[in-house]
Design a protein around this ligand. Structure first.
Ligand SMILES: [Zn+2]
Length: 156
């Protein structure tokens, strides 16, 4: 179990962080880490706090993430738990994921809030992509992985 805090995070930023953690992990994490999927999430809210239970899965393991967000201080306290599996995959993952989440910057979160991830059509080559795996600048530009041209993502 790894426990840590992220300070100075808005409720909206917290929600996009949880939704897009698999995408962030794919874009910014180590190339040899397994891809994650958001499998389950549930939130309970009170006037002061939001409590979240989240499960991510990969081919090899599942990750439980618990969060307690304080609305007044805009601080999120996380617990990561990766139950051990017989194959040995996932050893050290709690620590790696904790360090990864702590390395996500305010600017990363602001870009995610401004340009939510989804599908896009390249206006030049008409290729269709999910933006999950793409780097997006703070002005909302990404490079089309097919033709390489810079595309401005439109917020719907
Ligand atoms: Zn293109």
């Amino acid at each position: 179990m790894e426990t840590f805090e992220i300070a100075d995070i808005t409720q909206k930023e917290l929600f996009v962080l949880i939704e897009d953690l698999p995408g962030l992990w794919e874009r910014k994490g180590d190339w040899n880490e397994a891809l994650l999927q958001l499998h389950y999430r549930r939130y309970h809210e009170s006037d002061e706090s939001i409590f979240g239970s989240i499960i991510y899965t990969s081919e090899y393991y599942s990750i439980s993430l618990f969060v307690e967000f304080n609305r007044l201080t805009e601080t999120a306290r996380f617990e990561i738990l990766v139950p051990p599996v017989g194959t040995g995959f996932g050893v050290g993952l709690e620590r790696r994921l904790r360090n990864f989440m702590l390395s996500i910057t305010k600017e990363d979160l602001e870009i995610l809030v401004a340009f939510p991830r989804g599908k896009f059509d390249c206006p030049y080559c008409k290729a269709q992509y999910s933006t999950r795996s793409l780097e997006v600048t703070k002005e909302g530009y990404a490079d089309c992985p097919n033709c390489g041209k810079a595309i401005q993502l439109v917020v719907e």
